[in-house]
Structure formats: structure tokens, C-alpha cells
Design a protein. Structure first.
Lengths: 266, 322
């Protein structure tokens, strides 16, 4: 199979995340890493091919982002992806989800030029923008079905069957490859790169694409042509810690009940 | 005034509360038209409900060709309806399904998409949305700058206000392409009703985490929830331990809630959990560990064993209610 895993490089959520003056996310002045939710996508892509040992597979980790975003691809290579691709072009900065999905779609087409891509695997959301729309947008752009939010994935031949917890039901979804798959953090712990994996990753092919390589005009992407615009951002004032009492001989329950009654929750 | 399309959130024809919130918001932006994708036979019944919240028109799209598949056919149906109505905006509930429909629709209509709005107001250049981002640490004001604004709106973004609309039913015929039928729903097991409020819609949420200790001990959480008329939530640790189903998870990869009152029990307050509850109006925590980061967020906290504090508090609350 030919599998592409989309990986995003995001600001570390445990650090200080903030906006630039043009209201884009500061991606340069902060520590970044492979989005935790994309690790599950890498893991599932690897598990899919490991369950099909008799075939020949390619798993390519694909990333769009500034120079340091290549670290997300590197981590995916260390985990076991066979190849990497990084779309790097200054014009892309500030792109919205619609433009990002366009760049990803063109990159997937490029990676499928010689051997058609069977599966595009994504995480359920990024940990920064957290819109959860890229898998659906990418599927729309590529004219493919989307099979999303999978917690259990099975493939057989060109058939994919997943289990998922959707908004109101537990569902089994079936579809035929090629398709776009997204997986949740319920799909199983992502592996840590082994020492061997880290060493091997250094020798794995990593392609850099510009927009021109993908046949895309710079005028189609970037902040200035985004289909939506942020007009203001406001840091939420930190919550001021309220009263904290120690429970002694049942005093905690009384104090809690009094607080709830004062606030009219009872 | 231009129409504003509102996709009706329903379960088997039973209209859910976010629909009324979206209709209330739609009235700020134009003339609300409800869009019901479901069995055509239920259209009249749905129209009776949504007209009370200002729906002037109710487009009924029969789902015989739609219901067996994931979102793509719904996106096609909305594309066709938008083509014939040229709406001022399209409002969609911010569920996973809603966001995926909106995502496909945005590409089809070449229109800007804003997800997870917690408020929407009319502005000179079109609707202005408010979102809560970076785990609730920032609020962002944004606007769609191209095409028809498509906005997914979170539950509780507005208090539903009644206002009588005409509720004129119009059946809208759509064609679904074969390409949109690629992802088939093979089996579906609706979640069992708990009899408690919906987690994302509840005014009060009582959650349990690692400190609860076992599946059986969740009865302590449920007891307090029932005394307060609250929904039950769980941290990822409690879900990963198998004590509660994933549908109860509050946090980055579960539900985001913003109730009037959030009670966190035996939950340390990791960033992933905070992302799902930090914008709650009032936060209360009970935790044995006085160093737990959750106490940095609380309006009121009790350092103590939830297994003794909660049952005692539950009894006191039930006493007060008489």
C-alpha cells in the first residue's frame, strides 16, 4: 500500500502559546513538537502495514509548515515511517484550513504520481487550531470518502472497516480505498522511537517541496487570501484562585454545600 | 432581509436544544430558515417546534438517500440549498458531524469557515464570531471574508429566546452523487440514554478522575450529579481505565464544556483536561492532593477524600431540597 500520514508541528501546549501581531499563531518563537494527536495517526498507519507483511508498502509522513516543522516529520520517521515530505514555502505562512487542505491535497497527489495513494491518515484534530476539519476538507479536495474518528481500524484488500464513537452512537463504517482516515486517541498508545529507529531515521529519504513543485500559485495561499480573518485576540485573564478549605471531620462537605447554596446551585 | 440557514440538530426527529440557540443567533443576522435533514414525514412536526424560535421557513430534505452514509451527502444537500437560496450565513451545530459537514461545504462553496463559535453577533462586514482557543487561554474575534459565512456554533452559545415565525414548510429535493456514498454506516448502536442532561448542554457538570478509583465508585459522582440535576463527566484517566465510556470524557480529545458550574472530583487538572472545562463559569474541585493544579482554577476547593466528602455533601444537598 501507499500510505500518507499528515503530521503537524504545533506549539507545545504546556508552554506559553500566543499570537503574533498579525494574529497568526507564533510558531517560531516557541518550542514546537509533533502534535500529540498525530502520533496516533502515525501509529495506526504503521500498524496497518505491519498486519500486512506480505505486501510492499510505503508510509510517508507529510508536513506543511515553516523550517522547524520538519521536526514533526523527523519524529514520524523515528517512529517508523519510511519516508518524509515537507512542504516548505514562505508564501504558505498564515494559511487557513482551506488553503492548508489545498497544499496537502496537491502534495498527496504528488506523492501518488507513480503509485496511487491508497490511504491518507490524519489525527482527529491538531492540538493548536483544533478545528478537526482538515480530514474532511482534504477528502473533499481529493474527491475521496472520509472515514473519521476511528478507534479501531481493520483493512482487508482494498476494504477499510472502522469502529468509532460518534456524537450520538457507536458506529461501524465501511469504505473502499482510496480514502482519508482520521483516528482518535482511543485507537491505541503511540510507540516511542527506539534507539535503532532514531539512528535509522537519519538515513531515510526526506523530500522538500516548494509550492512550484506542487504546481500551486503562491497567490492561492497565505494570510492575505485566507477565507476568514481574525480581527482581535484577547488573553483570558488568569483565573484567580478562590477559597480552598481542608476537610476535617466532615467540615469539607458542609463548606461545599454552603458554597453551592450561596451561588444558588441548590 | 436575507435568509440565514440553520441546520437542525435532532435525533430521529426530536429537535435538540442547540437548534433553538442557533435560531436565536440567526435572528441577529437575518431571517432564520431551519433546514431539517430527516424523514420527510417528520417535517411538519419539526416545523411546529422550530417556528416557535423564529424559523420563517423550514426546508425539509428527505434523508432516504442520505442517512446510510457519513457526512458527504449532507454537504451536497446543503450546497444545493445554498445555491438556490443565496443565504447571508449558514449556521451548523458544532458537533464532530457538524464540523465535517461544514468543512466539505466550505470547500464546495469556496466560502470561509469558522468553527466552535461561542458567540456570534451581526457586524458591518458580516457576522463576527467569538471563539475560545489555546485551551481557553485566549478569546478570538473573527469574520469570514470570502463567500457565504459558514459558522459552527457550540452548545450554550446563546440562551434560546422564543419568537413566533411563520414556519412555512418547503420540501427541497436534492440529488446525491455516487461519489458521496463512499463511507457507509454498516452498523449503528445509539448510546443509551442516561436520563441526565446532555454533557455539552448541561448547566452543571460533575466529573470524576483518577481519584475516583474504580468503576463502582463512580456512583459517588453520579449521586452528587443527580442531587444537582447535573450531567456526569470523566477525565481521560478515568476513561482510559475503563471506568466510564469515552462519550463522557471532558477535555481536548473529548467534549468541551462550558457550564455554569463544573465540579471536578479526583482530577489533577492537566492541560488536556483544562482545555475541555476552563471556560466554565464557576469551578469547584475536591481532591486529596492540595498541590493538584486544578486548585489554581477553582472558585472553591476542598482538600479531602472525595469518597467521604461527596456522599456527605450529596446528603446535605438532598436534605436542603427537602
Amino acid at each position: 500500500m501507499n500510505i500518507v500520514v499528515c503530521v503537524k508541528h504545533v506549539p507545545d501546549a504546556t508552554g506559553d502559546r500566543h499570537f503574533e501581531q498579525d494574529f497568526t499563531v507564533d510558531r517560531v518563537g516557541v518550542d514546537g513538537l509533533l502534535s500529540e494527536l498525530d502520533e496516533y495517526a502515525v501509529e495506526q498507519a504503521l500498524q496497518i502495514i505491519e498486519k500486512r507483511p506480505d505486501e510492499e508498502h510505503t508510509v510517508t509522513a507529510l508536513c506543511v509548515g515553516p523550517e522547524k516543522a520538519v521536526d514533526a516529520v523527523r519524529k514520524a520517521l523515528q517512529m517508523g515511517c519510511g519516508a518524509g515530505a515537507h512542504v516548505l514555502d514562505d508564501s504558505i505562512a498564515g494559511s487557513d484550513a482551506a488553503a492548508t487542505s489545498l497544499v496537502l491535497a496537491k502534495a498527496v497527489e504528488k506523492l501518488g504520481a507513480e503509485r496511487p495513494v491508497d490511504l491518507v491518515v490524519c489525527g482527529m484534530a491538531s492540538t493548536d487550531g483544533a478545528m478537526s476539519v482538515i480530514p474532511a476538507m482534504l477528502a473533499e479536495r481529493l474527491g475521496l470518502p472520509q472515514v473519521t474518528l476511528a478507534s479501531v481500524i481493520e483493512t482487508q484488500g482494498d476494504q477499510v472497516r472502522i469502529k468509532r464513537d460518534s456524537d450520538a452512537a457507536t458506529e461501524v463504517i465501511g469504505a473502499t480505498m482510496p480514502l482519508v482516515l482520521s483516528v482518535t486517541d482511543q485507537s491505541g498508545e503511540a510507540r516511542y522511537p527506539s534507539f535503532k529507529g532514531i539512528m535509522a531515521a537519519k538515513k531515510k529519504p526526506l523530500e522538500i517541496f516548494s509550492l512550484a513543485d506542487l504546481g500551486l500559485e503562491p497567490a492561492l495561499v497565505g494570510l492575505s487570501v485566507a477565507w476568514s480573518a481574525v480581527e482581535d485576540t484577547t488573553a483570558r485573564p488568569p483565573r484567580t484562585a478562590g477559597e480552598v478549605v481542608k476537610d476535617e471531620d466532615g467540615s469539607g462537605a458542609s463548606a461545599l454545600t454552603d458554597f453551592l447554596a450561596t451561588k444558588k446551585f441548590i | 432581509m436575507s435568509e440565514v440557514l440553520v441546520l437542525v440538530d435532532h435525533a430521529d426527529g426530536v429537535v435538540k436544544k442547540p437548534t433553538y440557540e442557533l435560531l436565536t443567533i440567526a435572528r441577529r443576522l437575518g431571517e432564520p430558515s431551519a433546514v431539517f435533514i430527516g424523514p420527510a414525514a417528520q417535517g411538519a412536526e419539526v416545523a411546529e417546534k422550530v417556528k416557535k424560535y423564529g424559523a420563517e421557513k423550514v426546508y425539509v430534505i428527505d434523508d432516504a438517500q442520505i442517512k446510510g452514509y457519513l457526512v458527504a451527502p449532507k454537504a451536497e444537500a446543503l450546497e444545493q440549498l445554498a445555491g438556490s437560496t443565496s443565504p447571508a450565513a449558514i449556521l451548523i451545530p458544532s458537533s464532530y458531524e457538524g464540523k465535517e459537514i461544514a468543512a466539505r461545504l466550505a470547500i464546495k462553496l469556496e466560502s470561509g469557515l469558522i468553527t466552535d463559535a461561542v458567540d456570534v453577533q451581526a457586524g458591518e462586514g458580516g457576522p463576527v464570531t467569538t471563539q475560545s482557543v489555546f485551551a481557553g487561554n485566549y478569546t478570538v474575534q473573527a469574520r469570514v471574508t470570502r463567500g457565504t459565512p459558514i459558522i459552527t456554533v457550540k452548545p450554550n452559545a446563546a440562551a434560546p429566546e422564543e419568537s413566533e415565525g411563520a414556519g412555512t414548510v418547503e420540501e427541497f429535493a436534492t440529488t446525491v452523487s455516487d461519489a458521496a456514498k463512499g463511507a457507509q454506516i454498516v452498523a449503528s448502536q445509539p448510546r443509551q440514554a442516561t436520563g441526565r442532561p446532555e454533557l455539552t448542554e448541561a448547566a452543571i457538570v460533575v466529573s470524576g478522575g483518577r481519584g475516583v478509583g474504580s468503576k463502582e465508585n463512580f456512583t459517588v459522582i453520579e449521586g452528587l450529579a443527580d442531587a444537582l440535576g447535573a450531567a456526569v463527566g470523566a477525565s481521560r484517566a478515568a476513561v482510559d481505565s475503563g471506568w466510564m465510556p469515552h462519550s463522557f470524557q471532558v477535555g481536548q480529545t473529548g467534549k468541551t464544556v462550558s457550564p455554569q458550574l463544573y465540579v471536578a472530583n479526583g482530577i489533577s487538572g492537566a492541560i488536556q483536561h483544562r482545555a475541555g472545562m476552563q471556560t466554565s463559569k464557576t469551578i469547584v474541585a475536591v481532591n486529596k492532593d492540595e498541590e493538584a493544579p486544578i486548585f489554581e482554577l477553582v472558585d472553591f476547593g476542598v482538600v479531602g477524600d472525595l469518597h467521604t466528602v461527596l456522599p456527605a455533601a450529596t446528603a446535605k444537598i438532598n436534605d436542603r431540597k427537602g
